[in-house]
Design a protein around this ligand. Structure first.
Ligand code: AP5
Length: 210
């Protein structure tokens, strides 16, 4: 399964819920890249400057990363990949080679104003537990109520970088809506309700409802 959507649309939140409940593997390219940056690996050194300015990491790097991380068996949820038409075409070839095409592509629809509100309030800890200052505050205030680590704002969640990420989304990622619509894989989900409402809408789409 693939999650599409603007930055802050809720892809990570919903992909985690779905993967936990159904015991699927969750593959977040943003998380993989942030770990690589934190560990100072060759991938991290390549990706850092692109991420800091809200640009996309080059396609060849991302396609290589996914080729390495795709599980060979079992179901998985892709969160943050593909993000460009060349990435989608490469993924299609990889999945066709393994004779297991994507079952569904969930497109989480939110307005740009929601994105800005969600990203400006997002806080997370170094273990990847994500909160929102207003919508999902940690019970421990400035520390994570799951692992007690300090919460921080992602560097690319600052206002000027969020604007750049949104622009990149509209120019380079939105065309994937048409790409998957043409393949009858696209399921649009209104991403504006509460997290629980959105999860229910995803379940209903996956069950074949409206
Ligand atoms: P990545 O980490 O994938 O960033 P993104 O797509 O911009 O997605 P986000 O993580 O910002 O948002 P999300 O949709 O997961 O929302 P979330 O659930 O956290 O990528 C970062 C960077 O890495 C990219 O900019 C790029 O440089 C690079 N990169 C990654 N993949 C790449 C690729 N394939 N190609 C090239 N470059 C790549 O929710 C956001 C906030 O809202 C949270 O605080 C959450 O608690 C809150 N929230 C969630 N749902 C709701 C709700 N229903 N109501 C209220 N609040 C909500």
């Amino acid at each position: 399964m693939i999650f599409l959507g603007a930055p802050g649309a809720g892809k990570g939140t919903q992909a985690k819920v779905l993967a936990d409940r159904r015991r699927w593997t969750h593959i977040s390219t943003g998380d993989l890249l942030r770990s690589a940056v934190a560990e100072g690996t060759a991938l991290g050194l390549k990706a850092k400057s692109f991420m800091e300015r809200g640009a996309l990491v080059p396609d060849d790097v991302m396609i290589g990363l996914i080729r390495e991380k795709l599980p060979t068996t079992g179901e998985f949820v892709l969160d943050g990949f593909p993000r460009t038409v060349p990435q989608a075409e490469a993924l299609e070839r990889m999945l066709q080679d393994e004779k297991r095409p994507a079952d569904a592509v969930i497109n989480l629809e939110v307005e740009d104003e929601d994105v800005i509100r969600r990203l400006s309030g997002r806080r997370q800890c170094k273990n990847g537990h994500v909160f929102h200052a207003d919508f999902f505050p940690s019970k421990k205030g400035e520390t994570c109520d799951r692992c007690q680590e300090i919460l921080f704002q992602r560097p690319d969640d600052r206002a000027e970088t969020v604007r750049a990420r949104l622009e990149v989304y509209h120019q380079q990622t939105r065309p994937l809506i048409g790409f998957y619509q043409n393949r009858n894989r696209l399921k649009n989900v209104d991403g504006r309700g509460s997290s629980e409402d959105v999860s229910r809408a995803i379940d209903s789409q996956l069950a074949g409802g409206k």
